[in-house]
Design a protein around this ligand. Structure first.
Ligand code: UD1
Length: 379
């Protein structure tokens, strides 16, 4: 059985890694050669900077892609369109039995579309998540990918409910847990051994970690300004460390907001244990995890970080009005604060004052989701 796996952007890599590990484990335990799974990894090249892509391959011990399509940046139509064209060529040549796509980025939808039109079955890992906000490009990618996939692997029961409500036959839906948590648990010890917290002069539980890159938050001056004002206030109580996405870095400069941030260039040790919002380069997987594990709380508009903080039991303020991961609110440590300056500050103060809920880890977020997926696919 030949399986093509498609990855393109930063949040794909930690979802693909446990699937490839599970394939290797499956092959190693096989008695019959005919049941062997042959993986073929396509990197679409949606993300291309070293710290957005290659560092994840190194740290997650991912094999180098069998092919790199070099798609790069562009409008949604350019990026998605070019990816469909290039993935189709590879699929025609490789003739796989199945294509696996993960998450909700443009590479996910493009890969699924290219495959389904060639009548190649598609498995979507992280299916069924819905923010019910169609202004988010990811929501469109989720809806469309799920509509054309043959196997829908969901991380939590809300995913099953959403898919059933959209009329997807139950036989296609499999609740398997969260592959992102597989990566987190697999790499937690390694992350704990990193030195980034001490290198930056930080102390456990004495700083806040921030990520920000959603177009709604960073592409409009008014919204980014509202968030920036909240950050300035919070940083008077606790240092804020901000590994900054390239999209956001551009907006900060363009909107004249750089004075609110202390820009730290390079990777040399610094003493960031002071009251400012410290803007640093995007970090690799392990350094970022160490920063998250040791933070007092994390502020983010990412999807995956809402899950990771729930597993690590770190308070999370999500700078969005909606989430496609409601279980991180009902069972985890997450609270939605949007981009409202007052609300962000108020909730941050609650955490600083020790008034925060204790989370529990959702069912099947146990590090074995990818193994369940491969077991189902190899039947
Ligand atoms: C994409 C995903 C988003 C995911 C995010 C994680 C879609 C629709 N969005 O958003 O779901 O949460 O990745 O990072 O697929 N850039 C660089 N270097 C890079 C990559 C991007 O400088 O390696 C800059 C470019 O200016 C580019 C911009 O970032 O135009 C946006 O990149 P893009 O991949 O279009 O979207 P993200 O905002 O990264």
């Amino acid at each position: 059985m030949k399986i093509v796996l498609i990855a393109g952007a930063r949040p794909n890599f930690m979802k693909i890694a446990p699937i490839i590990r599970a394939i290797n484990k499956h092959n190693a335990q096989l008695k019959q050669k005919s049941k062997r799974i042959e993986p073929f990894l396509i990197h679409t090249g949606q993300h291309y900077d070293y710290e957005m892509s290659q560092i994840f391959f190194e740290e997650l011990k991912l094999p180098q892609p069998d092919i790199h399509l070099g798609i790069g940046s562009g409008t949604h139509a350019e990026q998605t369109g070019k990816t469909i064209i290039e993935v189709e060529k590879v699929l025609l040549q490789e003739k796989p039995d199945l294509v696996i796509v993960v998450g909700d980025v443009n590479a996910t939808l493009a890969g699924a579309l290219a495959a389904v039109k060639l009548h190649i079955p598609v498995a979507h890992v992280e299916a069924g998540l819905r923010s019910f906000d169609r202004r988010m490009p990811e929501e469109i990618n989720r809806l469309l990918t799920d509509a054309i996939s043959d196997y829908l692997f969901t991380p939590s029961p809300d995913g099953n409910d959403n898919l059933k409500n959209e009329g997807i036959p139950e036989g296609k839906i499999f609740l398997v847990g969260d592959v992102m948590v597989d990566s987190l648990l697999h790499n937690q010890d390694k992350a704990a051994q990193r030195r980034i917290v001490s290198q930056l002069g930080l102390k456990k539980g004495k700083y806040s970690l921030l990520t920000l890159h959603r177009p709604d938050n960073v592409d409009e001056k008014e919204n980014l300004t509202k968030i920036t004002l909240a950050l300035k206030e919070i940083s008077q109580r606790i240092p804020v460390i901000f590994p900054c996405h390239p999209r956001t870095r551009k907006s900060i400069n363009q909107f004249g907001l750089s004075d609110f941030f202390k820009v730290i260039e390079g990777d040399n040790p610094h003493n960031l244990n002071n009251n400012a919002v410290h803007l640093v380069n995007p970090r690799g997987y392990l350094d970022f995890m160490q920063l998250m594990m040791n933070s007092k709380f994390t502020m983010t508009d990412s999807g995956g970080i809402q899950e990771e903080t729930t597993v690590l039991d770190i308070p999370c303020l999500t700078l969005r009005d909606t989430t496609e991961r409601p279980i991180t609110i009902t069972e985890g440590t997450n609270v939605l604060v949007g981009n409202d300056t007052h609300k962000i500050v108020t909730e941050a103060i609650k955490i600083l004052d020790g008034k925060w809920k204790k989370g529990t880890r959702p069912h099947l977020w146990d590090g074995k989701a990818a193994e369940r997926i491969i077991e189902i696919l190899s039947k």
